[in-house]
Ligand binder design. Structure first.
Ligand SMILES: [Zn+2]
Length: 469
């Protein structure tokens, strides 16, 4: 029997507002532990919350970008549970009446647009950060003691819940890349997984391919990169298929995925919503966004990444278009092509060379980049790479690099090629014995000998000719 994965995602996005969700403490990294706190976010008795207007507006903005309806009324509720990182003993969240509902996001694929449903996006406050000291890999098990930093406590957090519409680990990854780019472009969060401003939990089940049933799902937590998420989902799908096929069953559990070992470890039985005893927060009135506000926010929406992928795909292909858009590189690409550069070559250089050199695409002049691309076959490879790496430097000019000539004179290059071949008799023998992939090695050695000044195409021909002798 063949099986079909059924995957839904819960994504937490920390908003980069200046202040916290219900108090005026600053939001931000790097401050000394427990310095950004006050009676409200430390949960002192009698302290009263005040809603952060900007956080509400940004949540609506995100909801609109995800095609959601914005109900006329949203209500904050108390989600009750006890944990050291939650000093009030409850988290203020939205429960039955969230800010955004019933949306969807288009995911461009080779087989057309996939529609991923968005069940809801709601606003809540983040918990504080607990650090376990002395244990293995920061887990509580085996730790000597734990510390709590309340700076993060009360930071505005949007939770996005997708429908179980995702059908593979790869699709989950591509959805997340597109969602992340959408969030970053709205300017509401840095959405960086390494910093914890974007956190993803995956709900995974499997079912016989073609059926519409929903079997028991499990949740995978604590994955801090899109690749780990994809690997964690793959591992869980495999585990569940093996369980069903061996006559066993899947229990509703939460797992941690350890990327180093590729193993899933069960954490705890999942709480049901009933366990949290939700009730409306008595200290806050419902949020009732005026229609004019919603319409103003709607008018501020930029062109969506998915739309841009489809537009750019017409010139390039889906994969290149996706890499450019989800990498935030498509604006530079478009401007460089408008300045006269060839589209595919530009896409490759921008997505590989430029990103590889750690250059900020927003600081690059498209005009200078297009000049370099135009001269690429004429100037030394080393000069080209160096120029790309310096593109974002203030006042960068391509001119000094364009003045350099690559060495294409065979009489000058021949002795260098011969010396390289003579210095690597083993590789020469292997090449002649059929390992033709070594051609690149010889060319690379010659490029190195000439400090990148040789014309690689001429070197290629020379090496090929010499080895054929
Ligand atoms: Zn505070």
């Amino acid at each position: 029997m063949s099986w079909e994965p059924v995957i839904g995602l819960e994504i937490h996005v920390q908003l980069k507002t200046r202040t916290k969700m219900f108090c005026r403490c600053a939001v931000g990294f790097g401050a000394g532990e427990n310095t950004q706190t006050c009676p409200v976010c430390l949960g002192f008795p009698g302290a009263l919350p005040v809603v952060n207007r900007r956080a509400v507006e940004w949540t609506i903005l995100l909801g609109l970008a995800l095609g959601c309806e914005i109900p006329g009324q949203a209500v904050f509720s108390r989600k009750n549970y006890f944990y050291p990182d939650l000093p009030k003993g409850y988290q203020i969240s939205q429960y039955d009446l969230p800010s955004c509902i019933n949306g969807n996001m288009l995911l461009p694929t080779a087989e057309g647009d996939r529609v991923i449903g968005i069940v809801r996006a709601h606003l809540e406050e983040d918990a504080a950060k607990t650090v376990h000291v002395g244990g293995r890999s920061g887990r509580i098990a085996g730790a000597d003691f734990s510390l709590v930093d309340y700076n993060r406590g009360g930071t505005p957090l949007v939770e996005i819940v997708t429908a179980p519409d995702i059908r593979s680990a790869d699709e989950a990854k591509r959805f997340l890349q597109l969602l992340r780019q959408t969030i970053v472009e709205l300017g509401i969060s840095d959405a960086e997984m390494e910093k914890g401003t974007l956190r993803v939990d995956s709900n995974v089940s499997v079912r016989p391919a073609g059926s519409a049933e929903l079997r028991t799902r499990t949740e995978i937590k604590n994955m801090n990169s899109f690749n780990f998420i994809a690997r964690g989902i793959d591992a869980e799908v495999e585990r569940q298929i093996a369980a069903w096929e061996s006559g066993g069953e899947v229990r509703q559990e939460t797992y941690d995925f350890d990327a180093a070992s590729g193993r899933l470890t069960a954490r705890r039985a999942k709480e049901e919503a009933d366990d949290y005893r939700y009730f409306p927060e008595p200290d806050l009135v419902p949020v009732e966004p005026p229609a004019e506000l919603v319409e103003r926010l709607r008018s501020e929406l930029p062109e969506f990444p998915a739309t841009r992928i489809r537009r750019i795909e017409a010139t390039l292909d889906l994969d290149r278009a996706t890499v450019l858009v989800t990498g935030g590189l498509d604006r530079l690409w478009g401007e460089t092509v408008s300045a006269g550069a060839e589209p595919v070559a530009t896409a490759n250089v921008v997505a590989n060379t430029l990103v590889g050199a750690g250059v900020d695409p927003a600081a690059v002049s498209a005009t200078e980049l297009s000049k370099l691309l135009e001269a690429r076959d004429r100037i030394p490879r080393g000069a080209f790479d160096e120029a790309i790496a310096k593109l974002a430097d203030p006042g960068f000019s391509a001119d000094p690099y364009l003045a350099q000539e690559s060495v294409s004179d065979t009489t000058e290059l021949e002795p260098i090629v011969e010396a390289v071949l003579a210095a690597n008799p083993g590789q020469v023998e292997a090449y002649r014995g059929g390992k033709e992939g070594l051609l690149g090695f010889f060319v690379g050695q010659v490029m190195k000998e000439t400090q990148g000044k040789a014309d690689p195409r001429v070197v290629n021909e020379l090496v090929r000719a010499k080895l054929g002798e």
